[in-house]
Design a protein. Structure first.
Length: 186
């Protein structure tokens, strides 16, 4: 199935999604990679607020390249999500609803996705130009010293994504290969 979602999202918005579904995501998406996640944890440990509203938010694990003249953003392909596994359960428990990246996640993240009715969506690795085409606006909101890893506020329209982890415990990285192998028997 294909779904259109606009951030911020609720548990109810995400409930129909199943691993393997396609999502066209619009609205605000925040960028953050490992260095920014580490700083977010430091803020939370001090009892301070995050630099963006976390409830219902979408975080894209990306370090975009510099934009060329006339462009909003450079290439914006996903980075490996596993590098955020140590931080993701805490953010999901605070209300983050959507993670966007590539690659498998650990069991703690999978458990947090189900516990919070959240989702993990895959962006096409190696297709940074395609992902960038969805970005209408970009604003650096904090930690400019991190360069391409600074936290940015993106406004996106119909960003094409695939549901990897769904709110019900579905995992496309497990069900996809199993479905393929079953289709080959016969």
């Amino acid at each position: 199935m294909q779904y259109k979602l606009t951030t911020p999202v609720t548990r109810e918005d995400l409930a129909p999604l199943r691993a393997g579904d396609t999502v066209l995501l619009s609205g605000v998406v925040y960028t953050a990679r490992d260095a920014a996640h580490k700083r977010m944890m430091e803020l939370l440990d001090k009892g301070e607020s995050l630099p963006f509203p976390v409830v219902g938010s979408a975080l894209y694990y990306v370090g975009p390249t510099p934009e060329r003249p006339g462009e909003v953003i450079g290439s914006a392909g996903p980075t490996t999500s596993g590098r955020m596994d140590a931080y993701s359960p805490r953010l999901l428990d605070l209300g983050q609803a959507v993670m966007i990246g590539k690659g498998a996640r650990n069991q703690a993240v999978k458990d947090a996705v189900v516990r919070n009715g959240a989702v993990y969506l895959a962006a096409l690795g190696g297709a940074g130009a395609l992902m960038a085409a969805s970005v209408q606006k970009l604003e650096v909101i904090c930690w400019e010293d991190l360069g391409c890893e600074a936290v940015c506020r993106l406004e996106v329209e119909d960003m094409p994504l695939t549901v990897i982890l769904d709110p019900h415990g579905g995992d496309l990285y497990q069900s996809g290969p199993a479905a393929y192998l079953n289709s080959q028997k016969g």
